[in-house]
Design a protein around this ligand. Structure first.
Ligand code: NAD
Ligand code: MG
Length: 270
């Protein structure tokens, strides 16, 4: 199959090197593919290596750097070592898109460690290997949340909690005080339901199975967007370079979300 068309300027990311976690499947694979089409070098970090797709990416982009490293994003030391290897191979890292995530509300510990822990591990490693303070060029990190991190969906509270946590973590690192030192911008994306394998066997992975009838109806009613459209929107967010921004991705569009402060007790400068 042909590579999807990127709406952004052709070769808009030429000369840039990107890391994509969860890039061996689903949304992450499309992000990796579109970044290659836009001219970037791409390193995929994923718990599965998906060599078949890797061979295809290599063949379609023979003059660009493509690598895939099999690593669990929940493994902090392993993620650090992986970044070190990528930096050594690529020379610099300019873009990180943290997509790796799972759905299994019955396995609370694993969900927290992969979804929230994985984003934290990879973001902190990105800071270490991209920051101007440590000889890097700065760049941009985009972290994958979900609309359920903004609007609670009662059937998936554990998954939703990790996605809400990702928004808060990424907005903290997206403070301009960090940017002035590191040269790295942080943004969060919150896609609505997307057609992937993530919600396969859904009713076996929810903690309130008594809601499963209702759950099926809710799942059926959701309008689901394609991974290609979501990936295209993520490239658009990379181009916008807006530090601290949070976007919903829905209907082929990125919608910036106004995150209003609720607490009035704190000094405005903080
Ligand atoms: P997917 O299951 O198709 O892809 C997830 C990828 O992450 C796979 O390649 C998988 O191997 C990898 N991965 C899983 N655990 C990992 C780990 N511990 N370490 C490294 N890699 C790991 O799922 P998807 O639907 O493409 O989801 C990707 C991201 O998008 C997730 O964070 C998900 O929460 C988020 N998201 C999905 C939807 C949706 O409706 N599908 C909506 C909003 C947000
Ligand atoms: Mg994916």
């Amino acid at each position: 199959t042909a590579d999807p068309q990127v709406t952004t300027g052709a070769m808009a990311f030429r000369g840039k090197n990107a890391v994509v976690t969860g890039g061996a499947g689903g949304i992450g694979l499309q992000v990796a593919r579109q970044l290659l089409v836009a001219g970037a070098g791409v390193a995929i970090i994923d718990i599965q290596d998906n060599l078949e797709e890797f061979v295809k990416l290599r063949a379609a982009h023979p003059t660009q750097s493509v690598m895939i490293i099999k690593m669990d994003v929940a493994n902090k030391k392993g993620v650090e070592a992986t970044y070190e290897e990528i930096k050594k191979t690529f020379g610099s890292i300019d873009i990180v898109v943290n997509v790796a995530g799972i759905f299994n509300d019955k396995d609370v510990q694993r969900t927290l460690l992969v979804n929230l822990g994985g984003i934290i591990n990879s973001s902190l490693s990105a800071l270490q290997y991209m920051s101007k303070e440590h000889g890097g060029n700065g760049g941009i990190v985009v972290n994958m949340s979900s609309v359920v991190g903004l609007d609670p969906m009662f059937i998936i509270p554990v998954y939703g909690a990790t996605k809400a946590g990702i928004i808060s973590f990424t907005r903290c690192l997206g403070n301009d005080k960090f940017y002035q030192r590191s040269g790295i911008r942080f943004a969060t994306v919150c896609p609505g339901a997307t057609m992937t394998d993530m919600f396969t066997n859904f009713t076996e992975k929810i903690i309130f199975p008594e809601t499963s009838d209702e759950t099926y109806k809710i799942l059926d009613r959701l309008s689901k967007q394609s991974v290609t459209d979501v990936a295209r929107c993520i490239l658009n967010v990379l181009e916008k370079e807006k530090n601290g921004a949070v976007y919903v991705i829905e209907g082929k569009r990125i919608i910036p979300i106004d995150m209003k402060p609720h607490w009035t007790g704190k000094e405005p400068a903080l």
